[in-house]
Every structure is written in C-alpha cells, then in structure tokens.
Write a protein that binds this ligand. Structure first.
Ligand SMILES: O=C(O)CCC(=O)C(=O)O
Length: 258
C-alpha cells in the first residue's frame, strides 16, 4: 500500500515510480513467456510514428487466462491504483509494448485521455507501466511532462497512425513543465494519470524494451458506448503474488505443450 506522501506526490506530479515492485526473477519469467507466445505476436499491431517508424503493441480489452491478465489483476498494482484514483477501479485494457532493438518507433506527446475520452466521461483513469526488461534513455524509455496532468485534456489529432496532442500547446507546455525520462530496471512500476503528457523516443539501441501497461478507470466513471472494446465496469478479481506466479507458470506450461 502507498503512503500518504506517495499519494500526494502522484497528485502533484501526475505520476509515481515504485522501484522493485516485482522481483527480477518474476520479470524474467514473464518475458520468457511473452517471447515464446505466438498468440501475443499474432495479436500485435503496428502504430506508425510521425517519421513512419513502427511501434508494436499487443493489446487486449478482455482478461483471458494469461500471464499478462494475471498482472492486470495483481494486488501490487490494483491496490495502489485504487489509492491513486481514489476509489474502486475496473480494468479497461492491458498491452505489451514490444519495442524492439533498432526498429521500435517513437510515441508522440499525448495524453491517454486524449484517446479514451471517446467513451469515458471523466479522466479518473490511470495506467501502470511495468518494466519487463530494462528501460533506458537509449532504448526509448517513457518520458513524462511532470505536472502536465493539471492542464486538463488537450485537443488531439493524428500524427502518423498515432493520436498526438495539439503541438502548439505542447510547445508551450514544454517551457513550463519538466521532461522526466523514466529509466526503469525490470520490475519497476510507473503509475501515471490519464491526462499526463508522455512520449518516448525510437529504440535505436541493441536492447529491446518490453513493457506491460495496464489501464484502469474509476468504477464510478460513466461510459456511454456499447461496443465491447469501448470499456465498461466489471468487478475486477485481485490476485496475490502467489496466484499471479501460478498463472505465469500455467501459461508457460501451455506454451510448452502447444
Ligand atoms: O511504450 C511507450 O513508449 C509509450 C506508450 C504510450 O505512450 C501509451 O501506451 O500510451
């Protein structure tokens, strides 16, 4: 559970980094599963950045029995998330970001609520990015504009295949808020507000940068679109570290027997 000081820091900065949220061995097991998982690769889609470079991600709105869904239910994420959002949360989606050496494209400055606004009435939403392998400046770690969530939602438009925030405002915001490079060792968790501006550079290094991002909404946040992928309240099961490890093991065994 988070301390009051951590919760206050999140509200001030729009993000909170928790080091050693998960042990290195757990991240190694998760990465092993993800790398061997053809279904994860088959489900991956490319989003082109403004320069035409592809950023790959494998996203699910549902929670099938998988190692990734297990992390989306992990108490170590869901409980702090509820403290930060201020109430019960539900799962919106989770995605593995597959930023490969030399090819992983950039993400332009955006707010997640710039995308999510289409179906959620309030920005009482947040994400947790888990560094599955090491994220550094060199392999395109996430950059955040500290405190920028306080601006509220900006207009967004298409840049490449991505939805980027209004560049005129971003340019001014860059003069007023600090850019923080979120370098993270495997097992570090970064919680961030849905209105926090963030981006990342392309991966020009020899090291992959895989990260699992789990996204949630406040339970009381009204949704108004009917399609299954738009997001709607469903009670979220919370799993202990032991239950999550067992799910990862199950997933690994399933891949081995396929
Ligand atoms: O993985 C990244 O570098 C950026 C991801 C991102 O910005 C997002 O999913 O909203």
């Amino acid at each position: 559970m988070l301390t009051l000081a951590q919760i206050e820091q999140y509200h001030e900065d729009g993000y909170l980094i928790i080091e050693d949220c998960f042990p290195l061995e757990d991240m190694e097991r998760l990465l092993q599963v993800a790398r061997a998982d053809q279904a994860l690769a088959d489900n991956a889609a490319d989003r082109l950045d403004a320069a035409g470079r592809a950023s790959r991600l494998s996203l699910r709105f549902d929670l099938p029995d998988s190692a990734y869904s297990a992390y989306a239910r992990h108490l170590a994420i869901v409980e702090p998330m509820e403290q930060l959002v201020g109430e019960e949360v539900f799962h919106y989606h989770h995605k593995m970001m597959l930023k490969e050496p030399r090819v992983g494209g950039a993400w332009e400055w955006h707010q997640d609520f710039g995308y999510w606004y289409a179906n959620f009435l309030r920005a009482d939403m947040a994400s947790c990015m888990i560094a599955v392998d090491r994220a550094s400046k060199g392999n395109g770690c996430l950059q955040v504009l500290k405190g920028s969530h306080k601006m509220g939602r900006l207009e967004h438009g298409l840049t490449g295949d991505q939805t980027g925030a209004d560049l005129e405002r971003v340019t001014v915001a860059l003069e007023h808020f600090e850019v923080v490079y979120c370098e993270m060792a495997p097992g570090t968790a970064l919680f961030f507000h849905s209105n926090l501006l963030h981006r990342s550079d392309p991966n020009e290094s020899e090291d992959s940068r895989w990260a699992l991002i789990c996204c949630y909404s406040a339970a009381s946040n009204p949704t108004f679109r009917a399609d299954a992928e738009a997001g709607h309240y469903e009670k979220l099961e919370r799993w202990s570290a032991g239950e999550v490890r067992a799910a990862v093991k199950r997933h690994r065994a399933e891949l081995a027997s396929a």
